[in-house]
Design a protein around this ligand. Sequence first.
Ligand code: FES
Length: 91
Amino acid sequence: MRDDVVICRCEDVTYGDIVRAISGGLSTTEEIKRILRCGMGPCQGRTCSRLIARIIASETGATIDDVEFPVVRPPTMPVEIGVMADEHHED
Ligand code: FES
């Protein structure tokens, strides 16, 4: 794969960025996520996490089952204060 192929479209992280990170000592999707921000975009890694795991497996000689996926947290949404106030008044 060419180095300029974009793996994480949300954060504009390329294959070359990820391979260099792995060469620099990173070996888990969580480490790569924290350094390169891939997986922190609007899709929350739904698009790129499996691709990154496959690159890690390929570069380290591990199997895809050996690569841990990053922790996924649900996206937060702003809530109007009135929504919480209405719930409080139901008692
Ligand atoms: S493509 Fe990587 S976070 Fe969306």
